[in-house]
Design a protein around this ligand. Structure first.
Ligand SMILES: [Mn+2]
Length: 343
């Protein structure tokens, strides 16, 4: 499922020959979801083609400065318009997700009903086979990088404006934790350099994404580390847990817990980290690891989730307390794997 010239041509033909193009991404969109969607959306708009970007629900404020982000439809708030568009679209780009479960029940139903040609561009492991054209690889930093890849190999590259380049840079920057992980490939840096050549200002983008903490968010981070961090040295594991009450106390907004789990992983000799966040009817869990220990496998096996080898997510439908209890009970059987993850 690597990118071949044939796939590139297919994608280019779809863009050029479609009257109505939809671009969608996963629920709780992150920087790469919004960055890849807007990067492609801006290129298609520049071609004077009709494009509508749709995501299941709201996305954080630190992504809302990106050009045309105000045009993105949240399915949750505007389902009628989104539904109509998806049903009549010629082509739907599905960016940055490997399973239709990631877009929610309602959007999933519409996507299955729509007669549009579906194109999947994604860097998660084991993609479901719902798309007609697939560009899937894990050998990349991000979906934004993959969008740049196929635009570069097509004749559409010249349509990447400074604004589109900014969007794609946000995706690459956020999915690599500012070039900290998932960027061992020189190509990622070459693309970043090309985006700078197009005219983006990386320093400004970094500030806009990372230096926009609310006071509440920063205090929630402090609280998470000082009060809600559990370190299990015996298992080279650390986790943070936040209850609904904790979140309310700090007036939680979507995106506020983004990256918090990485602080648990940053402890010396900790190879496995998790954060448990109590939501309405579910405990959302994010996993991170250093080295070989696959949190993708772990999340798939126990938490109806998945993602990447070193970053994955899942859900638990029992109480927060029992979720943590169950998690701690799983650790002994993975003790050596976690311990030797970096060996
Ligand atoms: Mn991504």
């Amino acid at each position: 499922l690597q990118l071949t010239q044939n796939t590139v041509d297919q994608i280019q033909n779809l863009i050029m020959n479609s009257k109505q193009i939809a671009i969608i991404s996963h629920a709780n969109p992150d920087g790469d979801a919004i960055g890849s969607v807007l990067g492609l959306h801006l290129v298609i708009k520049k071609l004077h083609k009709e494009s509508l970007a749709i995501v299941p629900n709201d996305f954080p404020k630190f992504l809302q400065w990106i050009c045309c982000s105000e045009e993105i439809i949240r399915y949750e708030n505007d389902s009628k318009r989104a539904k109509e568009y998806l049903m009549t679209a010629d082509c739907i780009f599905c960016l940055d997700f490997n399973s239709l479960d990631r877009i929610g029940e309602d959007m999933k139903t519409i996507l299955n009903k729509s007669g549009a040609t579906k194109v999947l561009v994604d860097h998660h492991l084991e993609p479901e086979s719902f798309a007609d054209v697939v560009y899937s690889t894990t050998e990349t930093s991000s979906t934004s990088e993959m969008v740049f890849d196929f635009l570069t190999l097509s004749q559409l590259k010249k349509n990447i404006s400074k604004e589109a380049a900014e969007a794609l840079y946000v995706g690459i920057m956020t999915d690599t934790g500012s070039f900290k992980y998932a960027c061992n490939n020189p190509k990622t840096f070459k693309i970043a350099a090309e985006l700078v050549e197009i005219g983006i200002d990386p320093e400004k983008i970094h500030q806009k994404v990372y230096d926009t903490n609310s006071e509440n968010r920063l205090r929630l981070l402090g609280f998470s580390i000082s009060e809600k961090l559990v370190v299990l040295n015996e298992y080279n594991t650390a986790y943070i847990y936040l209850s609904k009450k904790d979140l309310q106390k700090f007036k939680f907004k979507s995106g506020d817990t983004e990256g918090v789990v990485n602080y648990a992983l940053s402890i010396e000799n900790i190879n496995f980290a998790a954060i448990f966040i109590e939501k309405k009817n579910v405990v959302r869990i994010s996993f991170r690891s250093k080295g070989k220990f696959s949190v993708n496998t772990f999340a798939r096996k126990y938490y109806d989730g998945g993602g990447h080898q070193n970053a994955a997510g899942g859900n638990s439908y029992i109480s927060l307390k029992n979720t943590i209890k169950k998690f701690e009970e799983l650790l002994p059987s993975h003790k050596n794997e976690i311990k030797n993850s970096l060996v």
